[in-house]
Ligand binder design. Structure first.
Ligand code: SAH
Ligand code: F3S
Length: 481
Protein backbone atom coordinates (compact mmCIF):
# COMPACT_ATOMS: atom_id res chain seq x y z
CA UNK A 1 0.00 0.00 0.00
CA UNK A 2 1.25 3.50 -0.76
CA UNK A 3 0.39 6.03 1.85
CA UNK A 4 0.07 9.40 0.26
CA UNK A 5 0.38 12.33 2.57
CA UNK A 6 -2.41 14.65 1.63
CA UNK A 7 -1.34 18.06 0.44
CA UNK A 8 -4.25 20.47 0.22
CA UNK A 9 -2.31 23.16 -1.62
CA UNK A 10 -2.19 21.29 -4.93
CA UNK A 11 -5.80 20.21 -5.09
CA UNK A 12 -7.57 23.48 -5.86
CA UNK A 13 -8.34 22.75 -9.50
CA UNK A 14 -9.28 19.14 -8.89
CA UNK A 15 -11.67 20.34 -6.26
CA UNK A 16 -13.71 22.56 -8.58
CA UNK A 17 -13.81 20.02 -11.43
CA UNK A 18 -14.86 17.11 -9.33
CA UNK A 19 -17.46 19.11 -7.44
CA UNK A 20 -19.15 19.98 -10.71
CA UNK A 21 -19.24 16.41 -12.05
CA UNK A 22 -20.28 14.83 -8.79
CA UNK A 23 -23.11 17.27 -8.23
CA UNK A 24 -24.80 16.21 -11.50
CA UNK A 25 -26.46 12.92 -10.54
CA UNK A 26 -28.09 14.53 -7.52
CA UNK A 27 -29.47 17.44 -9.51
CA UNK A 28 -30.80 15.17 -12.24
CA UNK A 29 -32.37 12.92 -9.62
CA UNK A 30 -30.55 9.84 -11.00
CA UNK A 31 -28.91 8.81 -7.79
CA UNK A 32 -28.52 10.19 -4.32
CA UNK A 33 -25.18 9.69 -2.64
CA UNK A 34 -25.54 8.81 0.99
CA UNK A 35 -23.28 9.60 3.89
CA UNK A 36 -23.23 7.82 7.24
CA UNK A 37 -21.30 9.33 10.15
CA UNK A 38 -20.65 7.52 13.39
CA UNK A 39 -19.78 9.91 16.19
CA UNK A 40 -17.94 8.74 19.26
CA UNK A 41 -16.91 10.74 22.30
CA UNK A 42 -17.53 14.33 23.28
CA UNK A 43 -19.74 17.20 22.14
CA UNK A 44 -16.81 18.61 20.18
CA UNK A 45 -17.01 15.51 18.02
CA UNK A 46 -20.78 15.88 17.69
CA UNK A 47 -20.23 19.42 16.47
CA UNK A 48 -17.46 18.34 14.09
CA UNK A 49 -19.65 15.56 12.67
CA UNK A 50 -22.50 17.91 11.91
CA UNK A 51 -20.06 20.23 10.15
CA UNK A 52 -18.72 17.30 8.08
CA UNK A 53 -22.28 16.54 7.01
CA UNK A 54 -22.87 20.20 6.05
CA UNK A 55 -19.58 20.26 4.18
CA UNK A 56 -20.05 17.10 2.11
CA UNK A 57 -23.67 18.01 1.49
CA UNK A 58 -22.56 21.31 -0.03
CA UNK A 59 -19.53 20.06 -1.93
CA UNK A 60 -20.67 16.68 -3.22
CA UNK A 61 -24.41 16.58 -2.60
CA UNK A 62 -24.19 13.85 0.03
CA UNK A 63 -27.33 13.25 2.02
CA UNK A 64 -27.13 11.86 5.58
CA UNK A 65 -28.43 8.39 6.28
CA UNK A 66 -28.87 6.57 9.57
CA UNK A 67 -28.24 3.19 7.94
CA UNK A 68 -24.58 2.32 7.23
CA UNK A 69 -25.70 -0.46 4.86
CA UNK A 70 -27.19 2.01 2.37
CA UNK A 71 -24.31 4.51 2.54
CA UNK A 72 -21.82 5.34 -0.23
CA UNK A 73 -19.38 6.77 2.27
CA UNK A 74 -18.89 5.85 5.93
CA UNK A 75 -17.10 8.26 8.26
CA UNK A 76 -16.10 7.47 11.81
CA UNK A 77 -15.40 10.42 14.12
CA UNK A 78 -13.37 8.74 16.84
CA UNK A 79 -12.48 9.35 20.50
CA UNK A 80 -9.29 8.34 22.28
CA UNK A 81 -9.86 9.80 25.72
CA UNK A 82 -9.94 6.34 27.31
CA UNK A 83 -8.66 3.00 26.09
CA UNK A 84 -12.16 1.52 25.79
CA UNK A 85 -13.22 4.25 23.38
CA UNK A 86 -10.14 3.60 21.27
CA UNK A 87 -10.76 -0.17 21.11
CA UNK A 88 -14.29 0.48 19.90
CA UNK A 89 -12.89 2.03 16.71
CA UNK A 90 -11.34 -1.16 15.40
CA UNK A 91 -14.22 -3.43 16.37
CA UNK A 92 -16.62 -1.09 14.56
CA UNK A 93 -14.28 -0.86 11.56
CA UNK A 94 -14.38 -4.67 11.38
CA UNK A 95 -18.14 -4.41 10.77
CA UNK A 96 -17.60 -1.77 8.09
CA UNK A 97 -15.09 -4.03 6.37
CA UNK A 98 -17.90 -6.52 5.76
CA UNK A 99 -20.00 -3.79 4.17
CA UNK A 100 -17.10 -2.94 1.90
CA UNK A 101 -16.73 -6.57 0.89
CA UNK A 102 -20.34 -6.45 -0.30
CA UNK A 103 -19.88 -3.04 -1.94
CA UNK A 104 -16.29 -2.44 -3.13
CA UNK A 105 -17.21 1.15 -4.14
CA UNK A 106 -17.87 2.02 -0.51
CA UNK A 107 -15.52 4.71 0.81
CA UNK A 108 -14.40 4.53 4.42
CA UNK A 109 -12.89 7.49 6.28
CA UNK A 110 -11.66 7.74 9.85
CA UNK A 111 -11.38 11.08 11.62
CA UNK A 112 -11.22 12.42 15.17
CA UNK A 113 -8.73 11.83 17.95
CA UNK A 114 -7.79 8.19 17.28
CA UNK A 115 -7.05 9.16 13.69
CA UNK A 116 -4.97 12.05 14.95
CA UNK A 117 -3.01 9.80 17.26
CA UNK A 118 -2.53 6.80 15.01
CA UNK A 119 -2.33 8.43 11.58
CA UNK A 120 -1.08 5.88 9.07
CA UNK A 121 -1.30 3.24 11.80
CA UNK A 122 -5.08 3.15 11.21
CA UNK A 123 -4.55 1.80 7.71
CA UNK A 124 -1.87 -0.61 8.88
CA UNK A 125 -4.45 -2.25 11.12
CA UNK A 126 -7.39 -1.66 8.79
CA UNK A 127 -6.10 -1.45 5.18
CA UNK A 128 -9.63 -1.06 3.81
CA UNK A 129 -9.78 2.47 5.28
CA UNK A 130 -9.44 4.97 2.41
CA UNK A 131 -8.99 8.27 4.21
CA UNK A 132 -7.64 9.37 7.57
CA UNK A 133 -8.19 12.94 8.75
CA UNK A 134 -7.75 14.71 12.07
CA UNK A 135 -10.03 17.03 14.07
CA UNK A 136 -8.28 20.05 12.54
CA UNK A 137 -8.37 18.86 8.92
CA UNK A 138 -11.94 17.71 8.50
CA UNK A 139 -12.62 20.78 6.35
CA UNK A 140 -10.35 19.24 3.70
CA UNK A 141 -12.67 16.25 3.29
CA UNK A 142 -14.11 17.44 -0.04
CA UNK A 143 -10.61 17.77 -1.52
CA UNK A 144 -9.56 14.43 -0.05
CA UNK A 145 -12.59 12.85 -1.63
CA UNK A 146 -11.76 14.43 -5.00
CA UNK A 147 -8.22 13.21 -4.74
CA UNK A 148 -9.49 9.76 -3.85
CA UNK A 149 -11.61 9.69 -7.03
CA UNK A 150 -8.71 11.04 -9.12
CA UNK A 151 -6.39 8.37 -7.77
CA UNK A 152 -8.94 5.73 -8.54
CA UNK A 153 -9.40 7.00 -12.07
CA UNK A 154 -5.64 6.87 -12.61
CA UNK A 155 -5.24 3.33 -13.93
CA UNK A 156 -1.45 3.61 -14.11
CA UNK A 157 -1.11 2.23 -10.63
CA UNK A 158 -2.65 -0.89 -9.21
CA UNK A 159 -1.50 -0.03 -5.76
CA UNK A 160 -4.03 1.12 -3.24
CA UNK A 161 -3.45 4.77 -2.47
CA UNK A 162 -4.69 6.05 0.81
CA UNK A 163 -4.95 9.59 2.03
CA UNK A 164 -3.74 10.73 5.41
CA UNK A 165 -3.93 14.29 6.74
CA UNK A 166 -3.76 14.74 10.47
CA UNK A 167 -1.91 18.04 10.62
CA UNK A 168 -2.85 21.00 12.86
CA UNK A 169 -3.23 23.91 10.42
CA UNK A 170 -4.08 26.39 13.21
CA UNK A 171 -7.70 27.48 12.97
CA UNK A 172 -7.94 27.23 9.15
CA UNK A 173 -10.75 24.68 9.45
CA UNK A 174 -13.43 27.26 10.25
CA UNK A 175 -12.63 29.34 7.18
CA UNK A 176 -13.65 26.43 4.98
CA UNK A 177 -16.81 25.27 6.67
CA UNK A 178 -20.17 26.29 5.20
CA UNK A 179 -22.87 28.00 7.26
CA UNK A 180 -24.29 25.50 9.71
CA UNK A 181 -27.69 24.01 8.98
CA UNK A 182 -29.83 23.28 11.96
CA UNK A 183 -32.84 21.31 13.02
CA UNK A 184 -34.48 22.04 16.35
CA UNK A 185 -33.85 24.79 18.81
CA UNK A 186 -30.48 23.94 20.30
CA UNK A 187 -27.05 24.05 18.69
CA UNK A 188 -23.40 23.61 19.52
CA UNK A 189 -20.90 26.28 18.52
CA UNK A 190 -17.20 25.58 18.69
CA UNK A 191 -15.36 28.67 19.95
CA UNK A 192 -11.89 27.21 20.27
CA UNK A 193 -9.86 24.16 19.43
CA UNK A 194 -7.37 22.14 21.41
CA UNK A 195 -6.09 22.47 24.94
CA UNK A 196 -2.84 23.78 26.41
CA UNK A 197 -3.38 22.61 29.96
CA UNK A 198 -1.54 19.30 29.60
CA UNK A 199 -3.16 17.53 32.54
CA UNK A 200 -0.87 14.55 33.10
CA UNK A 201 -3.51 11.93 32.20
CA UNK A 202 -5.03 13.52 29.10
CA UNK A 203 -4.46 12.96 25.37
CA UNK A 204 -6.39 16.00 24.15
CA UNK A 205 -3.41 18.41 23.77
CA UNK A 206 -1.71 15.76 21.65
CA UNK A 207 -4.70 14.78 19.51
CA UNK A 208 -6.35 18.17 19.06
CA UNK A 209 -3.33 20.40 19.46
CA UNK A 210 -2.82 23.49 21.62
CA UNK A 211 -5.53 26.04 22.31
CA UNK A 212 -6.49 28.23 19.37
CA UNK A 213 -9.51 30.53 19.62
CA UNK A 214 -11.78 31.33 16.70
CA UNK A 215 -11.92 35.04 15.88
CA UNK A 216 -14.78 36.81 17.67
CA UNK A 217 -16.60 37.86 14.47
CA UNK A 218 -16.69 34.27 13.21
CA UNK A 219 -18.26 32.99 16.40
CA UNK A 220 -20.83 35.79 16.50
CA UNK A 221 -21.69 35.38 12.80
CA UNK A 222 -22.25 31.66 13.30
CA UNK A 223 -24.57 32.24 16.25
CA UNK A 224 -26.51 34.96 14.40
CA UNK A 225 -26.98 32.50 11.53
CA UNK A 226 -28.19 29.82 13.95
CA UNK A 227 -30.59 32.26 15.64
CA UNK A 228 -32.14 33.27 12.32
CA UNK A 229 -32.68 29.56 11.63
CA UNK A 230 -34.67 29.29 14.88
CA UNK A 231 -32.04 28.26 17.41
CA UNK A 232 -32.86 29.50 20.91
CA UNK A 233 -30.15 27.80 22.97
CA UNK A 234 -26.44 27.63 22.16
CA UNK A 235 -23.74 25.60 23.85
CA UNK A 236 -20.32 27.16 23.38
CA UNK A 237 -17.79 24.40 22.98
CA UNK A 238 -14.10 23.99 23.66
CA UNK A 239 -11.88 21.92 25.93
CA UNK A 240 -11.16 24.96 28.03
CA UNK A 241 -13.66 27.63 26.95
CA UNK A 242 -12.78 30.07 29.68
CA UNK A 243 -9.34 30.27 28.12
CA UNK A 244 -11.04 31.88 25.07
CA UNK A 245 -9.01 34.73 23.55
CA UNK A 246 -10.69 35.65 20.28
CA UNK A 247 -9.15 38.22 17.96
CA UNK A 248 -11.43 41.19 17.26
CA UNK A 249 -11.51 42.77 13.81
CA UNK A 250 -10.89 46.22 15.27
CA UNK A 251 -7.84 44.85 17.06
CA UNK A 252 -7.54 43.54 20.59
CA UNK A 253 -8.68 40.28 22.08
CA UNK A 254 -12.06 39.27 23.50
CA UNK A 255 -12.09 37.10 26.62
CA UNK A 256 -14.73 34.54 27.53
CA UNK A 257 -16.72 36.79 29.87
CA UNK A 258 -17.05 39.42 27.12
CA UNK A 259 -17.93 36.79 24.56
CA UNK A 260 -20.82 35.69 26.78
CA UNK A 261 -22.00 39.29 27.07
CA UNK A 262 -22.00 39.65 23.27
CA UNK A 263 -23.75 36.32 22.66
CA UNK A 264 -26.47 37.34 25.12
CA UNK A 265 -27.19 40.38 22.93
CA UNK A 266 -27.98 38.27 19.86
CA UNK A 267 -31.68 38.40 19.12
CA UNK A 268 -33.40 35.07 19.64
CA UNK A 269 -30.74 33.49 21.84
CA UNK A 270 -32.50 32.96 25.16
CA UNK A 271 -30.17 30.47 26.73
CA UNK A 272 -26.41 30.05 26.79
CA UNK A 273 -24.50 27.00 27.98
CA UNK A 274 -20.83 26.23 27.70
CA UNK A 275 -18.56 23.26 28.16
CA UNK A 276 -15.89 22.55 29.25
CA UNK A 277 -13.99 24.94 31.44
CA UNK A 278 -11.01 24.61 33.75
CA UNK A 279 -11.24 25.75 37.39
CA UNK A 280 -8.04 27.79 37.09
CA UNK A 281 -9.54 30.15 34.54
CA UNK A 282 -12.92 30.33 36.22
CA UNK A 283 -12.31 34.01 36.98
CA UNK A 284 -14.09 36.51 39.21
CA UNK A 285 -15.10 38.35 36.05
CA UNK A 286 -16.77 35.21 34.74
CA UNK A 287 -18.54 34.72 38.08
CA UNK A 288 -19.87 38.27 37.84
CA UNK A 289 -21.33 37.52 34.40
CA UNK A 290 -23.71 35.12 36.19
CA UNK A 291 -25.10 38.12 38.05
CA UNK A 292 -25.47 40.12 34.82
CA UNK A 293 -26.88 37.67 32.29
CA UNK A 294 -30.12 35.80 32.88
CA UNK A 295 -29.47 33.95 29.59
CA UNK A 296 -26.55 32.12 31.17
CA UNK A 297 -27.99 28.86 32.54
CA UNK A 298 -28.01 27.99 36.22
CA UNK A 299 -25.95 24.93 35.47
CA UNK A 300 -22.19 24.70 35.43
CA UNK A 301 -20.06 21.75 34.42
CA UNK A 302 -16.69 22.43 36.00
CA UNK A 303 -14.49 19.32 36.02
CA UNK A 304 -12.38 18.90 39.15
CA UNK A 305 -11.25 15.25 38.60
CA UNK A 306 -10.38 14.55 42.26
CA UNK A 307 -11.10 15.80 45.77
CA UNK A 308 -7.58 15.03 47.01
CA UNK A 309 -4.76 17.56 46.85
CA UNK A 310 -1.89 15.10 46.26
CA UNK A 311 -3.88 13.50 43.41
CA UNK A 312 -4.70 16.91 41.90
CA UNK A 313 -1.00 17.74 42.00
CA UNK A 314 -0.04 14.47 40.31
CA UNK A 315 -2.70 15.16 37.68
CA UNK A 316 -1.07 18.55 37.05
CA UNK A 317 -4.34 20.35 37.46
CA UNK A 318 -2.42 23.23 39.07
CA UNK A 319 -4.91 24.05 41.80
CA UNK A 320 -5.96 22.72 45.18
CA UNK A 321 -9.43 21.76 46.34
CA UNK A 322 -9.60 25.00 48.36
CA UNK A 323 -9.26 27.04 45.19
CA UNK A 324 -12.16 25.12 43.66
CA UNK A 325 -14.31 25.42 46.80
CA UNK A 326 -13.67 29.17 47.01
CA UNK A 327 -14.76 29.73 43.39
CA UNK A 328 -17.93 27.72 43.86
CA UNK A 329 -18.75 29.66 47.02
CA UNK A 330 -18.46 32.93 45.13
CA UNK A 331 -20.57 31.59 42.28
CA UNK A 332 -23.29 30.37 44.65
CA UNK A 333 -23.35 33.80 46.25
CA UNK A 334 -24.43 35.34 42.90
CA UNK A 335 -26.47 32.34 41.67
CA UNK A 336 -27.80 30.42 44.68
CA UNK A 337 -29.78 28.01 42.48
CA UNK A 338 -26.83 26.93 40.31
CA UNK A 339 -26.56 23.21 39.55
CA UNK A 340 -22.97 22.07 39.64
CA UNK A 341 -21.65 19.04 37.81
CA UNK A 342 -18.17 17.67 37.33
CA UNK A 343 -15.96 14.89 36.01
CA UNK A 344 -14.10 12.55 38.34
CA UNK A 345 -11.25 10.20 37.57
CA UNK A 346 -11.13 7.29 39.97
CA UNK A 347 -8.05 5.11 40.52
CA UNK A 348 -5.42 7.57 39.34
CA UNK A 349 -1.88 6.26 40.12
CA UNK A 350 -1.22 6.57 43.85
CA UNK A 351 -4.82 7.21 44.76
CA UNK A 352 -4.91 5.27 48.05
CA UNK A 353 -7.93 4.65 50.26
CA UNK A 354 -7.39 7.97 52.08
CA UNK A 355 -7.26 9.98 48.83
CA UNK A 356 -10.35 8.19 47.57
CA UNK A 357 -12.28 8.86 50.80
CA UNK A 358 -11.31 12.53 50.48
CA UNK A 359 -12.81 12.59 46.98
CA UNK A 360 -16.01 10.99 48.21
CA UNK A 361 -16.31 13.49 51.06
CA UNK A 362 -15.56 16.36 48.67
CA UNK A 363 -18.39 15.23 46.38
CA UNK A 364 -20.81 15.20 49.32
CA UNK A 365 -19.61 18.58 50.63
CA UNK A 366 -19.85 20.35 47.28
CA UNK A 367 -23.30 18.90 46.64
CA UNK A 368 -22.72 18.07 42.97
CA UNK A 369 -25.52 17.31 40.59
CA UNK A 370 -25.37 14.61 37.88
CA UNK A 371 -21.63 14.23 37.31
CA UNK A 372 -19.50 11.85 35.30
CA UNK A 373 -16.99 9.44 36.78
CA UNK A 374 -14.47 7.22 35.02
CA UNK A 375 -11.80 4.74 36.02
CA UNK A 376 -8.39 6.15 35.10
CA UNK A 377 -7.22 4.89 31.74
CA UNK A 378 -3.52 4.95 30.98
CA UNK A 379 -2.95 6.80 27.70
CA UNK A 380 0.27 6.16 25.81
CA UNK A 381 2.37 9.28 25.44
CA UNK A 382 0.93 11.12 28.44
CA UNK A 383 3.15 11.83 31.50
CA UNK A 384 0.85 9.89 33.87
CA UNK A 385 1.42 6.73 31.81
CA UNK A 386 4.91 6.61 33.38
CA UNK A 387 3.62 6.65 36.96
CA UNK A 388 3.65 3.36 38.87
CA UNK A 389 0.12 2.22 39.63
CA UNK A 390 -0.30 -0.35 42.39
CA UNK A 391 -4.05 -0.27 42.87
CA UNK A 392 -5.74 -3.47 41.67
CA UNK A 393 -8.46 -3.05 39.04
CA UNK A 394 -11.17 -4.60 41.25
CA UNK A 395 -10.44 -2.06 44.00
CA UNK A 396 -10.87 0.72 41.42
CA UNK A 397 -14.15 -0.79 40.30
CA UNK A 398 -15.51 -0.82 43.85
CA UNK A 399 -14.43 2.81 44.28
CA UNK A 400 -16.12 3.79 41.03
CA UNK A 401 -19.38 2.17 42.03
CA UNK A 402 -19.29 3.97 45.40
CA UNK A 403 -18.77 7.31 43.66
CA UNK A 404 -21.54 6.59 41.19
CA UNK A 405 -23.90 5.70 44.05
CA UNK A 406 -23.25 9.00 45.84
CA UNK A 407 -23.63 10.97 42.60
CA UNK A 408 -26.86 9.21 41.71
CA UNK A 409 -28.36 9.85 45.15
CA UNK A 410 -27.50 13.51 44.69
CA UNK A 411 -29.10 13.62 41.22
CA UNK A 412 -32.29 12.11 42.63
CA UNK A 413 -32.32 14.57 45.55
CA UNK A 414 -31.83 17.51 43.18
CA UNK A 415 -34.71 16.39 40.95
CA UNK A 416 -36.96 15.84 43.99
CA UNK A 417 -36.15 19.37 45.16
CA UNK A 418 -37.67 20.72 41.91
CA UNK A 419 -41.18 19.89 43.17
CA UNK A 420 -43.25 23.06 43.49
CA UNK A 421 -40.58 25.21 41.83
CA UNK A 422 -41.32 27.68 39.04
CA UNK A 423 -38.98 27.29 36.06
CA UNK A 424 -38.21 28.94 32.77
CA UNK A 425 -38.02 26.14 30.20
CA UNK A 426 -37.38 25.79 26.46
CA UNK A 427 -40.19 23.89 24.73
CA UNK A 428 -38.67 21.38 22.31
CA UNK A 429 -41.27 18.94 21.02
CA UNK A 430 -44.52 17.07 21.57
CA UNK A 431 -44.41 14.38 24.21
CA UNK A 432 -44.74 10.80 23.02
CA UNK A 433 -45.69 9.64 26.53
CA UNK A 434 -48.71 11.82 27.25
CA UNK A 435 -51.38 13.01 24.77
CA UNK A 436 -51.50 16.79 24.36
CA UNK A 437 -48.31 17.24 26.33
CA UNK A 438 -45.09 18.97 25.37
CA UNK A 439 -41.50 18.28 26.38
CA UNK A 440 -39.26 21.13 27.45
CA UNK A 441 -35.80 21.32 28.98
CA UNK A 442 -34.87 23.04 32.22
CA UNK A 443 -31.62 24.85 32.98
CA UNK A 444 -30.40 21.80 34.88
CA UNK A 445 -31.06 19.60 31.79
CA UNK A 446 -34.07 17.80 33.34
CA UNK A 447 -36.94 17.18 30.93
CA UNK A 448 -40.20 18.86 31.81
CA UNK A 449 -43.55 17.53 30.57
CA UNK A 450 -46.68 19.68 30.60
CA UNK A 451 -49.99 20.10 28.76
CA UNK A 452 -49.74 22.88 26.21
CA UNK A 453 -50.34 23.97 22.63
CA UNK A 454 -47.82 22.84 20.01
CA UNK A 455 -47.54 26.51 18.98
CA UNK A 456 -45.33 26.88 22.06
CA UNK A 457 -42.64 24.64 20.57
CA UNK A 458 -39.46 26.66 20.16
CA UNK A 459 -40.38 29.18 22.86
CA UNK A 460 -39.40 29.77 26.46
CA UNK A 461 -42.29 29.41 28.90
CA UNK A 462 -42.76 29.47 32.65
CA UNK A 463 -43.99 26.27 34.31
CA UNK A 464 -44.54 25.03 37.84
CA UNK A 465 -43.38 21.52 38.74
CA UNK A 466 -46.26 19.38 40.04
CA UNK A 467 -44.79 15.88 40.12
CA UNK A 468 -41.49 13.99 39.86
CA UNK A 469 -41.60 11.19 37.27
CA UNK A 470 -37.99 9.98 37.32
CA UNK A 471 -34.60 11.47 38.06
CA UNK A 472 -34.59 13.03 34.59
CA UNK A 473 -38.27 13.83 34.01
CA UNK A 474 -40.68 16.06 35.93
CA UNK A 475 -44.35 16.88 35.33
CA UNK A 476 -45.40 20.52 35.35
CA UNK A 477 -48.18 22.97 34.52
CA UNK A 478 -48.00 26.10 32.44
CA UNK A 479 -47.87 29.32 34.43
CA UNK A 480 -48.04 31.72 31.49
CA UNK A 481 -48.13 31.28 27.73
N1 SAH B 1 -11.54 19.87 29.08
C1 SAH B 1 -12.03 19.06 30.12
C2 SAH B 1 -11.81 17.60 29.92
C3 SAH B 1 -12.04 16.95 28.61
S1 SAH B 1 -11.90 15.21 28.64
C4 SAH B 1 -11.44 19.53 31.48
O1 SAH B 1 -11.18 20.65 31.65
O2 SAH B 1 -11.29 18.76 32.39
C5 SAH B 1 -13.41 14.77 29.47
C6 SAH B 1 -13.20 14.02 30.73
O3 SAH B 1 -12.63 12.75 30.46
C7 SAH B 1 -12.21 14.67 31.69
O4 SAH B 1 -12.78 15.69 32.43
C8 SAH B 1 -11.77 13.51 32.52
O5 SAH B 1 -12.59 13.34 33.66
C9 SAH B 1 -11.93 12.32 31.60
N2 SAH B 1 -10.63 11.79 31.19
C10 SAH B 1 -9.69 12.41 30.45
N3 SAH B 1 -8.61 11.62 30.32
C11 SAH B 1 -8.86 10.48 31.01
C12 SAH B 1 -8.11 9.30 31.26
N4 SAH B 1 -6.89 9.13 30.80
N5 SAH B 1 -8.71 8.33 32.00
C13 SAH B 1 -9.96 8.50 32.50
N6 SAH B 1 -10.70 9.60 32.29
C14 SAH B 1 -10.16 10.59 31.56
FE1 F3S C 1 -7.53 17.37 29.01
FE2 F3S C 1 -6.91 18.82 31.08
FE3 F3S C 1 -7.24 19.95 28.72
S1 F3S C 1 -8.39 17.18 31.04
S2 F3S C 1 -8.72 18.66 27.69
S3 F3S C 1 -5.65 18.54 29.27
S4 F3S C 1 -7.91 20.75 30.71
Amino acid sequence: MTVQTFNPSNTQTTSTQATATLALPVESGVSIKRLYIETQGCQMNEYDSSRMADLLGDSHGYVLTTDPAEADILLMNTCSIREKAQEKVFSELGRWRKLKEQNPELIIGVGGCVASQEGEGIQKRAPYVDMVFGPQTLHRLPQMLNQYHDNKADRSTNQKISLVDISFPEIEKFDFLPEPKVEGYKAFVSIMEGCSKYCSFCVVPYTRGEEVSRPLDDVIAEIVSLATQGVREVTLLGQNVNGYRGDMHEGGVCNFADLLRLVAKIEGIGRIRYTTSHPLEFSDELINVYAELPQLVSHLHLPVQSGSNPVLAAMKRNHTIDVYIEKIKKLRAVRPDIHLSSDFIIGFPNEGDAEFEDTLQFIKDLDFDHSYSFIYSKRPGTPAAELPDNTPEDVKKVRLSRVKEVLKASTIAKTDAMLGKTLNVLVEKSSDRQDGALIASADNTRLVQFIGDTALIGQFVTVKVTDIRSMNLVQAELVDA
